[in-house]
Design a protein around this ligand. Sequence first.
Ligand SMILES: [Zn+2]
Length: 432
Amino acid sequence: MSGRQVIRNARHWKTGEPFELAVEGGRIVAAGAPGAAGAGASEVDAAGAVVSAGLVDLHVHLREPGGEGRETIETGTRAAAAGGFTAVACMPNTQPVIDDKAWVSWILQRAVELGHCRVHPIAAVTVGQKGAALAELIALAEAGAVAFSDDGHPVMSAEMMRRALEYAKPTGLPIVCHEEDLTLRGQGHMNEGPVAARLGVRGIPAAAEVVMVRRDIELAELTGGHVHLAHLSAAGSFDALRDAKRRGLPVTGETCPHYWTLTDEAVGEYDTHAKMNPPLRAARDRAAVIEAIREGVVDCFVTDHAPHGFEDKRQPFDQAPFGIVGLETALALTLTFLVKPGHLTLARALELWTEAPRRVFGLPEVALAAGSPADFTLLDPGLEWTVDASRFRTKGRNTPFDQWKLTGKVLATWCGGEITHMEESWMEAPAR
Ligand SMILES: [Zn+2]
């Protein structure tokens, strides 16, 4: 986009007050009350839409390199833009695993070429995510990794996790912990409880997550290293995180929309679109997720966007892979199930998708103010719409939310001053 672009008649995401901004050269050059933006070479009438800092998702699986049938950096970042995201952090459980600085550089470069969304690579903790030898954490950090994780797998050896935290500490980057004791998980495929018993599916006890959460909190205390607890799902994990914060330990935690929206009842009659890891839990866990969010115990939201092929999810329940896509429903699930029932204000909900994740990973601040990168999202928090997975930008169709009626929609996304997404119906409205 050349020349000064002005977005008028919006409302500020924190104050709700009338707000406008001007963009030029990839940055916000003026912002404030009506009149502040001045004249533009081109103008967008945002007609009452809320303008927020761009959303950030610290936990996505872009599948490239090696899994291009399921997702690519191109399709994943298009999906991110459609979901209102201007930055994502991608997990290293690709083929090959991102345990090498050349691949970190490659991902960064590929994302810049495409330009749909900023991508921050997370590098593996151990070589090949095999848990046997530490990856070169300092070199990976220097190449641009924003965190380390063996996500997809736990680091089963406590001694290895201790060393990883010690080696990562001088980089200041967190270890993102996929918390799952594999001996307790065994051959489980869904949450252990009455629903699994009725279906005759082997269960995964909540304790498989909680014991590892407790272990890594102790290792954060032992080492002083930053433990970031991935995709928390179980009531006991939130108790542990609350306890760690009381003790002043360097521990943060994230959760995903499906854990506050669904329980294991969603598995219904073996619906593989309700199969993810960690699994959907019991009603009391869902209540604990919401309570921990309300209290501020949860540091940020993530999607754990995990695209899979259509045929992969058509397999019998115990053979289908774990995971669902999430980028294009995340904001609406937040507004529908946390803001609408009054658990969070709109401003706080958006904070958990914007400023909060930036703080957790130490990403540069983005503000709706002159000088800041022009990374922002326009949304209509009251718009009702029906999810249509066949129209997703992601290659994945594996969502339990297809055909759900949700409230709140992303209208447009700007990243680095470029429009990376604009909702067709909104763009074609008579006012524009
Ligand atoms: Zn994981």
